[in-house]
Write a protein that binds this ligand. Structure first.
Ligand code: SF4
Length: 319
């Protein structure tokens, strides 16, 4: 099997990006402050993105900048200025949600790769053909697409496909979920005219993971639901056979140590799986993944509890 799949890791900080590169990531993704589907805490100012980009160049790696919110028409000039700056720095690609913005970027900055964010919910062949026609390079598959659906897409549409290795399982489609906004909706405008949101991941705030709680009619502590963490692992050989182009590790909010462990794990697994004639001991990898997943669960559950608690405290009691 030819080794062409790339491993993409989170760059929640310059230190995390460096650790991910050293552990074997081919590229990192970073969120531009106010423009990605995460809270400001996990986004980066432009100077940090510049530093990561410089490091990536020195190490022969790539950087993708997430500007994947649905922004106001009044923010378009700010958006284009930002894109121009990143293009001048030689950033590798952008992750976008808005099809109009994708078209504009491809027309004005053809040197930039455009990646369709999972938030755009490209879920059928016609969606994928549309994105291909406007010139995008890669589409991030929504996390609830099955391996069969992804195989079908790769068979019929000539576009790069990126798949999540770890993610929260949304029971609706990511960019179409408005649940967090029902519980929390706040925003402010900064001096440049950029709007910053809470409670609306689609506009640059963050998801409060309200679907992860078992709700009752009474206000109270949320009870976390368990997620299946090993499905993507068992599917990796099939993703490679289908010709998936990029495997993505989520977790700008995790610790640097954990990201380093996760990247090393997948680097080693992918290198073995793509080595011609190599028998891979998947059971041994599964044992390693169980250890990593325990650390990851602890960090993820703690964060889920925190973001849920923020909205639980704001919910009025039923009348
Ligand atoms: S609340 Fe968040 S995790 Fe749950 S379905 Fe909506 S976007 Fe997905």
């Amino acid at each position: 099997m030819e080794n062409k799949v790339s491993l993409l890791a989170p760059g929640g900080s310059p230190e995390m990006a460096q650790a991910a590169f050293l552990a074997g990531a081919d590229a990192v993704y970073v969120g531009a402050l106010g423009w990605s589907r995460r809270t400001a805490r996990y986004e980066l100012p432009d100077q940090d993105i510049g530093a990561i980009n410089q490091l990536a160049k020195e190490m022969g790696k790539g950087v993708r900048v997430a500007l994947n919110t649905n922004f106001s028409p009044l923010e378009m000039d700010l958006f284009l200025k930002k894109v121009e700056r990143f293009a001048q720095w030689g950033v590798h690609g952008l992750i976008l949600t808005d099809p109009g913005a994708m078209f504009l970027v491809k027309e004005s900055f053809p040197q930039l790769e455009v990646h369709v964010s999972a938030g755009a919910n490209a879920i059928n062949l016609e969606d994928l053909r549309f994105y291909r026609e406007i010139g995008v390079d890669m589409v991030v598959a929504p996390c609830n697409l099955t391996v069969e659906e992804i195989t079908e897409i790769k068979r019929y549409v000539d576009v790069g496909i990126e798949v999540f290795l770890h993610s929260n399982t949304c029971f609706t489609y990511l960019g179409k979920c408005l649940m967090s906004s029902y519980f929390r909706y706040q925003w402010h405008r900064d001096q440049e005219g950029k709007n910053h949101f809470w409670g609306s991941p689609n506009r640059g705030g963050y998801c409060h993971r309200v679907c992860k709680a078992q709700w009752s009619m009474e206000k109270g502590d949320p009870v976390l639901l368990k997620n299946d963490m090993f499905l993507a692992f068992s599917n990796i050989p099939r993703y490679l056979e289908a010709g998936v182009d990029c495997l993505k590790i989520q977790g700008r909010e995790y610790s640097i140590d954990l990201i380093s462990d996760i990247v090393s794990f997948y680097r080693s697994l992918l290198d073995e799986l793509t080595q011609q004639g190599k028998e891979v001991d998947m059971a041994a990898y599964l044992t390693q993944l169980e250890e990593i997943s325990m650390k990851r669960d602890a960090q993820r559950n703690s964060r889920t509890h925190t973001v849920l608690q923020e909205v639980v405290e704001e919910i009025p009691l039923p009348l």
